[in-house]
Ligand binder design. Structure first.
Ligand code: ADP
Ligand code: MG
Length: 841
């Protein structure tokens, strides 16, 4: 054991931990101590070595696989045992544990699955939720479930929540009653320096980081830790740093989840030479590298998310929160005072979010929802969420489970198929594919395919096109080259150099093989190899898990596609499926490059017939009249539809006249089509009619309300099929038909379009739905009109807008007689002076 371990600050909590755990019943403890104090490595050791965990196991739930593996290796070493003996780990698809294991580091859904098999968690004494402040989905859910288990079957089960920074108030409430153990730890001051990019240089993050690194290495003699969002940026940064003269004195090493075990160890091992470690956010709180005195923070992280609005998974580069930035800076002050260079400005810093959004609010919930359902939790709304997920996100997850046949559409209870799916340690979609492959007698190639889809790409960089060697001309699926490439990798025994020569990642291929074997272990059937797969079988198996990602090309030769649910996307240029109008994608994701795009990856050509066979309930043929926007006409079409996605469409004769009129009318009403002749005079006519109906109810005039208007428009469209037929057509015939001859006469009599003026001119009456009718006339034209004109048989006065000879309004009046008597004499003097050439009476 390294002699230093027991000097770590966390040991000051040893007595408090012992007393909290020795109460004989299951404890609830929150431990808060700074990163590097020894929480993740030493708390489990103390529990075992001090006999605080009975003879059961201590399970530590970690958010990251890389951290779970490295912590287990470290602690095994400290305990002086082989990995997998007393200390082990278990992450999805990979484990090193045995009957002897007392400390087990796990990730993601491992514990939830164990709960399904054994709701009492037999053999487990304590569960530690590490890095809880990161609020990963599985941390939240597993804690909720474990609190239930403690409250019912296992009152002796201890639950510990650990973190460097905790939103303790909320958590304390949630965990209440619980004990809080705090350790201040040992930290040194870290100076923060803001170094925003130089705009003129148009620097990429790696250029920027390398430039600042050159400054950071002066004035201190520790290691440098550079934070970058992902492996790509890490490699770019390493290349850039190695190009610098000053870099000769350093070892420059990467740290991210895609490295081999040896390379991972190289990043954290103690060494005499100064190092520059370029890492993802795994070094933010999960792993501590001793001797770092300078941190360079790009301020970015790759974050998984789920776009609730579009129903797609996203993996985007995001700005980290202020809390994360503070954690990253702290890494420079572990062993001595340090410095942190932030590659952004102080002004923009304060605009960053204080904290990251918990995953439960931003991730695909399908897998978790199914696991909970399998655990008997039918009503997910009533679940003891620490934070309730977005209702839309949850609804979408349940909809997917329904489409997969995993839950009953009516009751929401898990189906027998759902219970089968949950046993496979993969996303329910992938589990569905495995089950379908089993039934079709081809589980082996599909297990391999799914394995290849889980991990890093076998073709080096993810998203990279397969080398030509593995492509056979026109393909029915982008997934076939994956299988071929893997066969080659196996044929050369996963030899690194041989694989590299062919553009293959040997490690990825080897791991996929192991993973496929794990998937196969769950399945009963054995089957034929990839060569026996017909296009039909292949596509049908894929469709069972990805029917919601069926896509129809908008037209031949275009990469644009429509998907169910009104979504749109684009095939990748590199896709090998060139002609098929209908495809199913295994990946629909939002990719952030220069601009955001929704890309369909890993597509397979599909025949419509197969959809009909597989999903009879979601497939229908409809023959109906439809609006055809490109031709701006109504067409009779026979369409095949899958859920709400139109798969095919062909013209089938002429539409029924009544149907055509109704559709045209709907387009007019919606404002999509404008009618040239339906102008203001038409609207005035309608308003006049409605005014009169209101003013003189005794006439029983047929007022024209919104529904009548729709009726009139439909009447007007009768006999028409195209927009052209109605565009310039006069509506007057239709409108006049609305009134009888008598009613038309009354309209002209009681609500006339115009009023005669004494001088011989006419004034147009403007009718409005809400105010009074009005006329506007020049004062000379009003001479002789002694009193306010009245409409509707003397019931309604007309508002008079009196205009100067220049048409400038000088007065609005409802009392013309009063105007002549009182105001006019004054106006006259003024107006006479201004317009001497006019006649003034
Ligand atoms: P915490 O969980 O409180 O952040 P850890 O228990 O992870 O702290 O780490 C405590 C110390 O153990 C670190 O400061 C580091 O020096 C050392 N350590 C942890 N893991 C490793 C490892 N894999 N290799 C070398 N040192 C390690
Ligand atoms: Mg830790």
């Amino acid at each position: 054991m390294p002699p230093s371990a027991e000097r770590l600050p966390i040991y000051e909590l040893r007595p408090a931990l012992a007393s909290a755990l020795q109460q004989g019943r299951g404890a609830r403890i929150v431990i808060e101590a700074p990163t590097g104090s020894g929480k993740s490595t030493q708390i489990p050791r103390m529990m075992i070595n001090d006999g605080l965990a009975g003879d059961g196991q201590v399970v530590v739930l970690q958010p990251r696989r890389l951290a779970a593996r490295m912590l287990a290796r470290r602690v095994a070493q400290e305990q002086g045992c082989r990995l997998g003996d007393e200390v082990g780990y278990q992450v999805r698809f990979e484990k090193a544990v045995s009957a002897k294991t007392r400390i087990r580091y796990v990730t993601e859904g491992i514990l939830l699955r164990e709960l399904l098999l054994d709701p009492k968690l037999t053999g487990i004494s304590a569960i530690i939720f590490d890095e809880f402040h990161e609020r990963h989905l599985y941390g939240d859910i597993t804690l909720a479930r474990c609190l239930d288990v403690q409250a019912t079957d296992r009152p002796d089960l201890s639950l510990l929540v650990m973190s460097a920074t905790l939103e303790t108030a909320r958590l304390q409430d949630y965990m209440a009653p619980c004990e809080i153990l705090r350790s201040e730890g040992r930290t040194f001051p870290v100076t923060i320096s803001y170094s925003p990019p130089k705009v003129a240089l148009k620097e990429e993050p790696w250029h920027h980081a390398a430039r600042v690194c050159g400054e950071a290495i002066r004035g201190n003699d520790g290691h440098v830790l550079i934070f970058m969002p992902g492996s790509y940026e890490i490699w770019k940064t390493i290349e850039e740093v190695r190009r610098q003269k000053w870099a000769r004195d350093f070892d420059v090493v990467p740290l991210h989840g895609e490295l081999s075990v040896a390379d991972q160890d190289r990043a954290v091992e103690e060494s005499a030479r100064r190092r520059i470690i370029v890492s993802t956010n795994v070094a933010e709180t999960s792993l501590t590298i001793d001797g770092v005195t300078a941190v360079i923070d790009s301020g970015l992280a790759r974050m998984a998310g789920f776009d609730v609005n579009r129903g797609i998974n996203t993996l985007t580069i995001e700005r980290i929160s202020q809390a994360s930035a503070q954690q990253r800076a702290g890494r420079a002050g572990r062993t001595a005072p340090g410095i942190c260079h932030r590659l952004w400005s102080e002004a923009t810093h304060s605009r960053r979010p204080m904290q990251e959004l918990p995953e439960v609010l931003r991730m695909d919930l399908a897998e978790v929802a199914l696991t909970l359902k399998a655990g008997g939790i039918t009503d997910l709304d009533a679940f003891r969420w620490l934070e309730k997920p977005d209702a839309k996100g949850l609804a979408q997850a349940l909809e997917l489970l329904r489409q997969l046949g995993a839950i009953d559409p009516q009751t929401g209870v898990i189906t027998p198929l759902g219970a089968v799916l949950v046993r496979h340690p993969v996303h329910p979609r992938h589990a569905r594919v495995l089950v379908a492959a089993e039934e079709a007698g081809c589980v082996e190639p599909f297990a391999l395919l799914l394995a290849l889809m889980q991990g890093r790409s076998i073709f080096g960089k993810s998203g990279a096109a397969p080398p030509d060697e593995f492509v056979h001309g026109d393909e029915f699926s982008d997934l076939l080259p994956l299988l071929r490439a893997w066969e080659i990798a196996r044929a050369v025994n996963f030899d690194r150099d041989e694989c590299q020569r062919r553009g293959l990642n040997a490690l990825a291929a080897r791991e996929a093989g192991q993973l496929a074997n794990q998937l196969l272990r769950q399945s009963r059937a054995r089957s034929a190899g990839a060569d026996d797969l017909t296009h039909e079988t292949f596509a049908k198996v894929i469709l069972t898990g990805f029917s919601d990602q069926l896509a129809r090309r908008t037209n031949q030769g275009s990469l644009a596609c429509d998907l169910p649910g009104g979504r749109r996307g684009s095939l990748q240029k590199e896709s090998l499926v060139r002609k098929a109008p209908l495809v199913v994608a295994t990946e629909v994701r939002e990719v952030e490059g220069r601009e955001v795009q929704v890309l369909l990856n890993g597509v397979t050509a599909v025949e419509e017939m197969w959809i009909e066979e597989l999903f009879p309930d979601d497939y229908r043929v409809v023959n109906e009249a439809l609006w055809d926007e490109p031709n701006r006409r109504v067409m009779q079409k026979e369409q095949t539809v899958f859920r709400d996605l139109v798969l095919s469409s062909r013209q089938s004769g002429e539409p029924d006249r009544a149907a055509a009129a109704a559709i045209l009318a709907r387009e007019v009403q919606a404002g999509n089509l404008t009618l040239k002749e339906w102008d203001d005079s038409v609207e005035q006519w309608i308003t006049r009619l409605n005014c009169l109906a209101r003013w003189m109810p005794d006439l029983e005039m047929p007022a024209l309300g919104p529904e009548d208007r729709a009726f009139i428009i439909e009447q007007f469209c009768h006999g028409a099929v195209t927009y052209k037929d109605i565009k310039d057509k006069s509506p007057w015939n239709t409108l006049r038909g609305w009134l009888s001859a008598q009613q038309a006469r009354w309209l002209d009599q009681y609500a006339p379009e115009r009023l005669p003026l004494p001088g011989g001119r006419h004034a147009k009456v403007t009718y409005t739905d809400t105010g009074d009718p009005f006329i506007a006339a020049r004062i000379q034209d009003l001479y002789g009109l002694e009193t306010t004109p009245l409409l509707a048989s003397g019931r309604i006065p007309v508002l008079v807008h009196i205009l100067a000879p220049s048409h400038r309004p000088i007065q609005i009046t409802r009392d013309l007689a009063g105007f002549w008597k009182n105001q006019y004499p004054k106006f006259k003097i003024e107006l006479q002076r201004k317009y001497p050439r006019h006649v003034w009476k």
